[in-house]
Every structure is written in structure tokens, then in C-alpha cells.
Ligand binder design. Structure first.
Ligand code: ATP
Length: 511
């Protein structure tokens, strides 16, 4: 995994119509991207997989589609106006802006990489007899490095908790951290930067008209908690799920669609009885990693990272990190948010946001366990893990996107062998059979080998070839993207065979 792979992903995504830079004819807008014809399909399929898993497969979870604009008091209550900040630092020589916490995390990452190297070397030396846990707990050099990491974490955590930005700057200086681009150590002081985008309501001028673009979809769920609970007659525990845009004025938005200022979240807030949150937190950690693993991108591509620095609202939090081309980074968060948000909204709105338990006749403010995944990050995870270049037996190479079949933008390509003899007509008949259920592409141009390569490059799991025999035996050839094997299938079996390979239901069978 490397920067190289990220570059390849970006150029592949552009060449085949997955992702374009936004407003490219004006040279683009930094960190804004448009999803092209295949990108829109992949994104929809990811949403569909998430929505099916969360809403359809749980009879106590329902969906919501709240507006992006909300009453500004929402953000006072949620803490975003006062505390949704990142510590910012500028380099005076390069005029580049960085997040102080990210500079420190990257420094820790470098020490971790050295430990990994030591481990890899020892593994090579000791072979099968190597006990990694023992090595890590006894090797002097590794222990020194681990201690450095622990010390940095302790200093950073206490500086952030005390909101002591001078101490954060001191830590950057003590660690001798340089501008990653230029090597300069000439830093400004660290200061807080609020990440919410502000705009104004049409008819109202001045401060009273200020309105924010939501920085997370979760608050739309909290303010509707009672609306949904009452109108849907929901009983605790229950969840509300939502997919929608969120906006953050990120200090640095880089690494393609990993960090953008406008992005999409898939969030679910699960309302539970106070005291049961730890068990639901464990449940959702497990359920979410299962959802990821069912895609078959490789279990070693994920890891949990439990937070040491908890957000103001959380009593436990963990990230599911994915091995992106830039290394392991946050893909999804599972957070035990306590009753913080509902309490805050009660206090700021003067409306009761309580659940009345008909069995115990008690009324209480529920606790919340949240799962929150970035759709764009999930898209990048899928695309970067899928992109592969393979050398075939005959020595030729092919570029193949091994996107999990149920997520693939085009599920089936219909390829008449020739452009004549009634083959195109037959091919279009077959296309009509499949197109209600799947996104299907028709292609009659060029030799069949080239058509296969084009479909491999966009990740189409199945190619159906219609040949002269089809007209006689009423069967077609299905070629599999991953194995490149071909099988003959009767046309009247086709709907079932295709569904058995590419429908979203396959992902639930696997888990
Ligand atoms: P990070 O630490 O990377 O800034 P975060 O911890 O602030 O992320 P959350 O507030 O937990 O993120 O948001 C939930 C999810 O939303 C994240 O796991 C991520 O997938 C996604 N997300 C957050 N910020 C962005 C962004 N700027 N661009 C794309 N996706 C994002």
C-alpha cells in the first residue's frame, strides 16, 4: 500500500467515470469531488447495503430524512458552536496550515512503523518459533519506543483536556516535528478553529439570521426522537437511521475523497435504557465489523482503535479503521453517547424528551449508542481494495476491479458475439429480462477479449455472451470477472443464476 496506489485509484476513478474533480473546467475546487456515472451507482449500492442491514434487517430500526438546515439552537445544545473545533497551527515559512493533533498522530505513526519494522525483522530471524507478544513485551528497543508513544499520548491528552494550547505547541516543539512538506520548524501558536460552515437565512439580516450547514446528521435524529418514537410506536431499545450530507470546514482536506468539506454520512442512533449502553456498544461494534467483513475485502484490512481522548458526549468510543492506501485510518465510529444530546436538547428547548416505559411505568431520558460511517470513505475503501493489476498465464496483464459483486456499479454486461445474424436482438431480449433487477450494460463494439477487459476495469462481475448457438440451444455463456471461467447457462435459468451471484442478499448469506 502506498501513495502510488492512491494515485492509481484517483486516475482510474477519473478515467472510468467514478469520481471527477468538482467544476474541473474551472480547474476544480480543492477537496470537492463529483461522482460520475459509475461512482453514483457504486455509492447507491453501498447505501443500499447499509440501509438493508440497518433498517430492513432490524425490525426495531427505522429510517429518517431530516433537513440539512436546523434551528441554530440545535448547535448550541449539541456543543458544536462552543466545542466543534480543531487545534490549528500554521507554518510561518511555508504558509501551510495543519491540524496540530494530526501532526502529533503522524509522529506517533512513525514510531509505530519503527516498531513494526523491528517486529518484522525478528520474525524473519526467528521464523515459526517467533512469539510476537513476548517480543513486544521484552525487547528493549520496542519497549523504549512504546514508552515514547505512551508518554506523547499522556501529554497530548492532558493538554487537550485542559484546553492548554500552549502545551500542545510545546509538545510539537519538544518532538521536533517539522512541516511534512518543507521541513521547516517555524510554527505559529496553536489556536482553535470552528469547523461549522455558516450562512444566512434569506429575509433575516444580522446575527439572528445566521444558520449552519449541519456538521453531522445525528442531530436531525435527536430532535426527532419523540416524533419518531410516538408516531412509530417504537419501544426501547430502538434505532433511527439516516443517510445524508454533512459539512465541515476541515483545516486540511486532502487525500482524495477521504477528507472533504462536503461529504455524506450513514448514521444510526440506537436509544437504550440507561445502564444497558455497555452491552449495546459491544453489540454494535460486533455487528458493524461483521457488516464490513461480509464484503470479503479481507479481515486483516480492518482494525478497531479504541479512543483514549473521548469526545465531550461519549462514555466509550471506538473507530473501525481501514487499511487505506495511506495506511490504517478511520472509516467508521461506534460511540456510546450517553444521554448527553437528549439532555441538552431538553435544556435548550424546554421540551421533555423522555421515554415512557409502559411496563415499568417509568419515564427516562434514553442513552444512545451511535454507529457513524462516512459513505465517501466507504467508497474509497471499496475502490482502493478492489483495484488490482494481474499478470495472466499467457504473460499479458489485466486491470481488474474486484468490487464485491453486490456493490459493483454494473452487474452484468451483455455482449453479442457479432453485430449481425439476430444476435444483437437476442442480446437485447436478455438485457430486458435482467434490467429491472440489476444495472446492466450492453456492448457490441470491438473483439470480445477487449470487451471483457473493459468490463474488468469497471468491476462488472458477470459478462453474458450471446453467440450463434444461443439461437438454437437457448443458452448463453457467463464469464466470471474474478476467475475468468465460463459456464453455459440456460436462458430460463438466467434470472436466478445472476441473482445468486450479484444480489445484495448474497452479503447476508456470507455472514
Ligand atoms: P476524523 O477524525 O477523520 O476527522 P471524525 O472522528 O471527526 O473523523 P466523526 O465525527 O466520528 O469523524 O464522523 C463519523 C464518520 O464520518 C467518520 O468515521 C468518517 O467516515 C466520516 N467523516 C468525518 N469527516 C469526514 C470528512 N471530512 N470527509 C469525509 N468523511 C468524513
Amino acid at each position: 500500500m502506498s501513495d502510488d496506489l492512491l494515485k492509481k485509484v484517483i486516475s482510474h476513478a477519473k478515467e472510468y467515470g467514478f469520481v471527477f474533480p468538482s467544476s474541473e473546467i474551472y480547474d476544480g475546487l480543492s477537496a470537492a469531488y463529483d461522482y460520475g456515472q459509475l461512482g453514483a451507482e457504486l455509492k447507491n449500492n453501498i447505501k443500499h447495503y447499509w440501509w438493508t442491514a440497518m433498517v430492513r434487517m432490524h425490525d426495531n430500526i427505522v429510517g429518517l430524512d431530516a433537513s440539512i438546515f436546523m434551528h441554530p439552537k440545535t448547535w448550541k445544545a449539541s456543543g458544536h458552536i462552543d466545542a466543534f473545533n480543531d487545534p490549528l497551527i500554521d507554518n510561518k515559512d511555508s504558509n501551510k496550515r495543519y491540524r496540530a493533533d494530526v501532526l502529533i498522530e503522524d509522529h506517533i505513526g512513525k514510531i509505530e512503523a519503527k516498531i513494526q519494522k523491528d517486529v518484522a525483522k525478528a520474525l524473519k530471524r526467528f521464523g515459526d518459533a517467533f512469539d510476537e507478544a513476548e517480543f513486544r513485551s521484552t525487547n528493549g528497543r520496542v519497549l523504549d519506543r512504546q514508552k515514547q508513544i505512551d508518554d506523547i499520548n499522556v501529554r497530548f491528552k492532558s493538554a487537550m483536556e485542559a484546553e492548554d494550547l500552549v502545551a500542545v505547541k510545546q509538545l510539537i516543539e519538544d518532538l521536533d516535528i517539522a512541516d511534512p512538506d518543507t521541513g521547516s520548524r517555524n510554527w505559529t501558536d496553536v489556536r482553535q478553529f470552528n469547523l461549522m460552515f455558516k450562512t444566512e437565512l434569506g429575509a433575516v439580516s444580522g446575527e439572528s439570521g445566521v444558520i449552519y450547514l449541519r456538521p453531522e446528521t445525528a442531530q436531525g435524529i435527536f430532535v426527532n426522537f419523540l416524533n419518531v418514537q410516538k408516531s412509530g410506536r417504537m419501544k426501547i431499545p430502538f434505532g433511527i437511521a439516516q443517510i445524508g450530507k454533512a459539512f465541515r470546514n476541515e483545516i486540511i482536506a486532502r487525500q482524495f475523497i477521504f477528507r472533504m468539506r462536503e461529504f455524506e454520512q450513514m448514521e444510526m442512533q440506537f436509544f437504550v435504557k440507561p445502564g444497558t449502553q455497555a452491552e449495546w456498544y459491544a453489540y454494535w461494534k460486533e455487528a458493524r465489523i461483521k457488516w464490513h467483513n461480509a464484503l470479503g475485502l479481507g479481515e486483516d484490512m480492518y482494525r478497531f482503535h479504541d479512543h483514549i481522548k473521548l469526545a465531550h458526549y461519549a462514555d466509550a468510543a471506538s473507530d473501525i479503521e481501514f487499511n487505506f492506501p495511506m495506511g490504517f485510518k478511520e472509516l467508521e465510529g461506534v460511540h456510546s453517547r450517553t444521554d448527553f444530546d437528549l439532555n441538552q436538547h431538553e435544556a435548550h428547548s424546554n421540551k421533555k424528551l423522555r421515554y415512557f416505559d409502559p411496563e415499568t411505568q417509568e419515564s427516562y431520558v434514553p442513552y444512545v449508542v451511535e454507529t457513524s460511517i462516512g459513505l465517501d470513505r466507504m467508497f474509497l475503501a471499496t475502490l482502493s481494495a478492489a483495484l488490482q493489476e494481474e499478470t495472466l498465464e499467457d504473460g499479458s496483464t489485466r486491470t481488474v476491479l474486484r468490487i464485491p459483486a453486490p456493490l459493483a456499479p454494473v452487474k452484468v454486461a451483455i455482449l453479442p458475439l457479432l453485430k449481425k445474424d439476430g444476435l444483437p436482438e437476442k442480446a437485447r431480449e436478455i438485457m430486458a429480462m435482467l434490467q429491472m433487477d440489476h444495472n446492466v450494460q450492453y456492448d457490441e463494439k470491438d473483439a470480445i477479449g477487449r470487451r471483457y477487459r473493459r468490463q474488468d476495469a469497471i468491476g462488472t462481475p458477470l459478462c453474458i455472451t450471446v453467440d450463434h448457438d444461443t439461437l438454437i440451444d437457448h443458452a448463453v455463456t457467463i464469464r466470471d470477472r474474478d476467475t475468468m471461467t465460463q459456464e453455459r447457462v440456460a436462458i430460463d435459468q438466467l434470472v436466478a443464476v445472476v441473482a445468486g451471484k450479484v444480489s445484495i442478499a448474497q452479503l447476508f448469506k456470507a455472514s
